[in-house]
Ligand binder design. Structure first.
Ligand SMILES: Cc1ncc(COP(=O)(O)O)c(C=O)c1O
Ligand SMILES: N[C@@H](CCCC[NH3+])C(=O)O
Length: 435
């Protein structure tokens, strides 16, 4: 099991994160428990900020809140000076509640509701990323009603097929996201945006997918976008000043993963964009990225308690934990791979191949299909690292499971960021009606 950030085996032989023994964390907060290594998040952001700079244009990193968002995380994003990318009224409201500056918020979504667009325009967010033609009308209507002008980017699908899981690709000729670069009426759409009384057209957005390891895909996408920008300038005289190239930078989950080094990847992107800027001279001014996973994935660890061990007649050994697909849907949804270890046995050489399964009523509720785990016993605490992205944010109440607590740890201190749900929380919105 690979350890990240401040995670290490301490003098007691136990896994420690943020200077705190994980055994102590489970005693205080129970299991399942999401643990976020605050220092690792901060250090990762620093690495990105340092690498993602250019003397030729402005750069800005917007954190993609869909990966993991709580008011505490919003505060951290704010403190580190990043922008925030939201995709729903709920994410926007989380930012509002945390006092995040609205002029640093970007909003996405392929089917934003009137409520969401109303909120975004009313709060005066930095940019709405328009996903399709119908949205232009909606934004114009709302802006007319409010007598406001809204800055927007247009999401472009450059048709780049990145090598990642089918479900997390967001580009390609049949994608549900964005307007295709190969669409015949793209010039008309851009002209309409540029001419609009209620819209300030800033530029293009693209996002080709998630958990991408090869930098070449990002470069291909930039190449397509810049070629198009130059065509726009030449043929329509429209100078686009902003390009947001999305997120999608891959991370290590399990043996065999070879993610790119973030600083090298970002420097490559900068160097390439500088070359494009020099080549085309189109008045381009701002390059944005919006990573989610690469900022938080490795910083998260989920702690579970073993409740049972079962040897099947077919020769398979299950280790059952007190969580599973409701707190981490990724293995069931994407066949995502993870590693695991028993927090006080990490140094044990003796390993056995087991299936780490959750407690939900689904045969597919398996966290790791073939974990090489130390000798597990009932009551052991199991750590699953790299659960910081798309685990808490995709968690559910399946089987009326109360969602786990979430703590931020740093310098020997643990701060509760999300309370464990109670049974009362689960029935809070139910209405008992007469039958
Ligand atoms: C538009 C957009 N931006 C940013 C992201 C964040 O991606 P990642 O978490 O892979 O960095 C996503 C998710 O894939 C996305 O759809
Ligand atoms: N939820 C996905 C990635 C997000 C895709 C968002 N466009 C995952 O867990 O890997």
């Amino acid at each position: 099991m690979k350890l990240f950030g401040t995670s290490k085996i301490n003098e007691r032989g136990n896994l420690e994160i943020g200077g705190i023994d994980t055994e102590k964390l489970t005693e205080e907060f129970g299991t399942p428990l999401y643990v976020m290594d605050q220092k690792l998040i901060e250090d990762t952001i620093d690495i990105m900020k340092e690498a993602f700079v250019s003397e030729r244009f402005n750069t800005q990193i917007a954190y993609a809140g869909k990966a993991f968002l709580t008011t505490g995380m919003v505060n951290l994003v704010n403190k580190k000076g990043l922008d925030l990318d939201v995709v729903s009224a709920g994410e926007l409201y989380t930012a509002v509640k945390a006092g995040f500056p609205m002029e640093r918020i970007h909003m996405h979504g392929n089917n934003k509701s009137d409520e969401e667009l109303n909120m975004a325009i009313e709060y005066g967010i930095k940019e709405i990323v328009i996903d399709n033609e119908d949205e232009i009308e909606k934004i114009e209507r709302i802006c007319r009603e409010k007598n406001k002008k809204q800055a927007v980017l247009l999401r472009i699908d450059p048709g780049i097929e990145a090598h990642t899981h089918e479900y997390i690709k967001t580009s390609g000729l049949t994608s549900k996201f964005g307007v295709s670069l190969f669409q015949e009426n793209l010039f008309d759409i851009v002209k309409r945006l540029d001419d609009s009384e209620f819209i300030e057209f800033k530029g293009f957005h693209t996002h080709i997918g998630s958990q991408i390891f090869q930098s070449a895909f990002f470069i291909f996408a930039l190449d397509e976008i810049f070629k198009y920008l130059s065509k726009l300038k030449e043929e329509l005289g429209i100078a686009v000043e902003t390009v947001n190239m999305g997120g999608g930078f891959g991370v290590y989950y399990a043996e065999g993963d070879q993610p790119p080094k973030l600083d090298e990847l970002l420097k490559e992107v900068i160097t390439y964009t500088e070359a494009m800027e020099i080549k085309y001279r189109i008045g381009f001014k701002n390059l944005y990225i919006e990573p989610g996973r690469s900022i938080v994935a490795n910083a998260g660890t989920t702690l579970y308690t073993v409740g049972g061990i079962k040897e099947t007649v077919g020769g398979k050994t299950y280790v059952f934990v007190d969580g599973g697909m409701a707190d981490n849907i990724r293995p069931a949804l994407y066949q995502a791979k993870y590693e695991a270890g028993i927090i006080n046995k990490l140094k044990d050489e003796d390993r056995k191949e087991i299936t780490l399964a959750g407690k939900f009523c689904e045969s597919g509720d398996v966290l790791i299909g073939n974990a090489k785990l130390q000798n597990a016993e009932v009551g052991d605490i199991i750590a699953v690292p790299t659960t910081g992205a798309y685990c808490y944010s995709m968690s559910s109440n399946y089987n009326r499971f109360a969602k786990p607590a979430l703590v931020f740890v740093k310098d020997g201190q643990a701060k509760l960021a999300v309370k464990r749900e109670t049974l009362d929380d689960l029935v809070r919105n139910d209405i008992i009606f007469e039958l």
